[in-house]
Design a protein. Structure first.
Length: 692
């Protein structure tokens, strides 16, 4: 028996982007382990990825092209050849493209975070075709936009420094479930005397292990940040030199923050004034003592109407106290802006003959049901889905399913499994998993360029996304030489070789080593140098004013809350959030039996007083509903959910839930204040017992 180890990288939508070692015995992957030499992975994997071979060799893997033989949504297919699949797709797309290629829409997101199997050959294909562009907003664009207005780019505290902080605020995240290697650093800091504070409406696994949990109302994070600014300024817990040298607009910010007394902040956030004052003092006094204070904020804070502003307000705090002076101080939302990726080389926007319309992936439910018009453009006649499962993950789910159920909509799905979305496809094409193809990776949690080598041959007749789009390009008659480039040739272009951050980047070397750290300063903004137009942390942003936004930190009420919409709240009095379940990653792994068994079934956590008011006992089935739709879940009566809040851990495949539905039946297609992102956590519902 021959045994080898292959260097790989985790492809999933997680900030950790772990370095993997895949054991292969006689052509079969037998184990996936963390690379002990990679400084952030340190040999440790989450429960999900440690079982990646179970997913790759799953008995329900899609291994051959399929053609629908039943009704859309039924999931009935017959096996066909690749030649027939490609011919069918080309014959359906060609006349649409001849009339108006914008009637063809790609739909993809982060089923893989890889630069090659994500948006490289696929983008070339759609650019050459002239298809509609997709605004990929469903996760991070609100927060990224607010952060960019303030800091200038998605650059922040290096994850490898957090263990040296003396105060860590975990704001809107549950890293035990979704950022394990940051949590390891936070635990190390705690052992060395650091204080950990969680800000989250829900007492998550992480919040339970912090020194303090501040359970604010959903959608009020921006107000809390303003209240902290008020106390910091009023009590002079400031780094005046840092403010004078490296920030813009302090006097205007001071006037705005003066409006947000601890009492007003507390009333808005549903917490006590003492919590506001004590947190501000702890943050300011620790920094004043010359000790590093760090904030790890995550995307939970941005999935509400004012989500972009919430991240902006949080991003202002480190500059007020000079936290950026320390390598272990500052804030991290994402490290993705640190990477000198060469997206134009990979995606080839120069292939476009004109700029097509853009359709927002968040509003896919409405847009698939929308007729053609002068303002919208042509009706969507064809959708090609890859690296995504919109029927499960997009908001206002009943509309999404209705759109994909259109008989006149031609749908192609590239998939590893027969997901909720694949059930609506006309043609399903089998895609490889990470163990079966080449890829290059960045990270949004650390600073390492990563390589993924193919550990095993593709199973069955599955093919990498890149190869599928090469074949589709050939079937459509595209002759540009770019469609003949191999995955290795693509990966060699992934990073800008002349950029000092990626000095000595060489794809062949990266493949052998597996990872290479960027050349970045330990404390990126110790001496200013922000990526904003002014080069400073912009408390006042002229660009925001030009974009029609308030140029100063402010607070925008949620669309749906008891305070902002009391009339709606009379019918639907409970706020609902739907953060990730620990054993799932978005909708990935839901079909892995061992991981689904750990979650058991969809649950809804609700506070004892809210349960009692509705006659709901622990363990009973409940119906969660509003005007958009309804779903059922098993009630867990617990004070982990604050009063007035229900928590539906997500995202379940709908067909694996008892009622064929999930939490996105009740979420909204309304968009955030900036970044045109979804408002998953800006939702009011009612809950009732399901009668026997």
């Amino acid at each position: 028996m021959t045994s080898t180890q292959v260097r790989a990288a985790c492809p999933l939508d997680c900030p950790d982007t772990c370095a993997l070692l895949v054991t292969v015995e006689d052509g079969v992957a037998t184990a996936v382990k963390g690379d002990p030499d990679h400084p952030t992975t340190a040999g440790v994997l989450c429960t999900k990825v440690a079982r990646y071979t179970e997913r790759t060799y799953h008995d329900e893997r899609l291994l051959y092209p399929l053609r629908r033989v039943g009704a859309k949504g039924e999931g009935k297919f017959e096996r066909i050849s690749w030649d027939e699949a490609l011919r069918t797709i080309a014959e359906r797309l060609a006349p649409i493209a001849a009339r108006d290629p914008e009637a063809i829409l790609p739909y993809s997101y982060c089923g893989t975070m890889g630069l090659i199997q994500g948006e490289s050959m696929s983008s070339r294909f759609f650019n050459q075709l002239g298809a509609s562009l997709l605004d990929r907003t469903v996760c991070a664009t609100a927060g990224a936009t607010g952060y960019k207005y303030t800091i200038g780019a998605s650059v922040g505290t290096d994850m490898e420094q957090f263990q040296n902080a003396k105060l860590i605020i975990i704001w809107g995240g549950n890293p035990i479930a979704s950022n394990l290697h940051f949590w390891t650093r936070a635990q190390e800091a705690k052992r060395h005397g650091a204080r950990l504070i969680a800000i989250d409406p829900y007492r998550s696994l992480t919040a339970e292990k912090c020194h303090q949990h501040i359970a604010l109302l959903p959608g009020t994070d921006a107000a809390l940040a303003l209240g902290l600014m008020h106390v910091l300024i009023a009590e002079d817990l400031l780094d005046h030199d840092y403010i004078a040298d490296y920030t813009l607009g302090f006097d205007q910010l001071k006037a705005r923050a003066a409006e947000w007394t601890p009492e007003r902040t507390a009333a808005t956030c549903g917490i006590s004034a003492d919590e506001v004052i004590e947190l501000a003092r702890l943050y300011g006094q620790t920094a004043k003592a010359g000790l590093p204070v760090a904030i790890r904020t995550n995307y939970g804070v941005q999935r509400v109407r004012g989500g972009g502003m919430a991240v902006r307000n949080i991003a202002c705090l480190p500059a007020l106290v000079g936290a950026w002076r320390h390598a272990a101080g500052g804030v991290q939302l994402s490290s993705s802006g640190s990477f000198p990726t060469n997206k134009p080389a990979l995606q080839r926007p120069d292939l476009l003959k004109k700029t097509p319309r853009t359709i927002n992936m968040t509003t896919i439910g409405d847009d698939l049901l929308r007729p053609g018009s002068a303002t919208f453009g042509p009706q969507v006649e064809a959708v090609i889905v890859y690296n995504s499962n919109p029927v499960a993950i997009a908001p206002d789910s009943s509309k999404v399913a209705a759109g994909f159920a259109r008989e006149d909509l031609f749908t192609v799905v590239l998939e590893q499994f027969q997901t909720d979305t694949a059930d609506y496809a006309d043609i399903v094409l089998p895609a490889t998993t990470q163990l079966e193809h080449i890829d290059a990776h960045t990270s949004y949690g650390h600073l390492y360029m990563m390589a993924n080598n193919a550990a095993i041959a593709p199973l069955g007749e599955s093919k990498p996304n890149t190869e599928i789009f090469r074949l589709l390009a050939r079937a459509m008659g595209f002759t540009d030489p770019c469609f003949a480039e191999t995955d290795d040739q693509l990966a060699a272009q992934a990073f800008k070789t002349g950029d000092t951050r990626a000095m000595h980047f060489d794809w062949e070397s990266l493949k052998q080593q597996g990872w290479q750290k960027l050349n970045m300063p330990e404390a990126p903004f110790a001496h200013g140098g922000f990526f904003t137009p002014s080069g400073k942390c912009e408390f006042y942003s002229a660009q925001m004013a030009r974009d029609g936004l308030d140029p100063l930190p402010t607070y925008l009420e949620p669309y749906e809350s008891v305070a902002s919409n009391p009339q709606l709240a009379q019918r639907y009095p409970l706020a609902m959030i739907s953060p990730p379940a620990r054993n799932f990653l978005n909708s990935t792994f839901v079909n892995v039996k061992s991981l689904r068994a750990a979650e058991a079934e969809p649950h809804l956590d609700l506070h004892p007083s809210d349960a009692a008011a509705r006659g709901v006992a622990h363990g009973e089935m409940v119906r969660i509903f509003n005007d958009r739709g309804a779903f059922e879940a098993r009630a867990r009566v617990t004070d982990k959910a604050r009063v007035g809040l229900v928590v539906g851990l997500s995202v379940w495949w709908k067909k694996l839930a008892s009622d064929g539905k999930n939490a996105n039946e009740v979420t909204s297609q309304r968009l955030t204040d900036m970044g045109r992102a979804p408002t998953f956590y800006d939702t009011l519902v009612q809950v009732e017992r399901v009668s026997a």
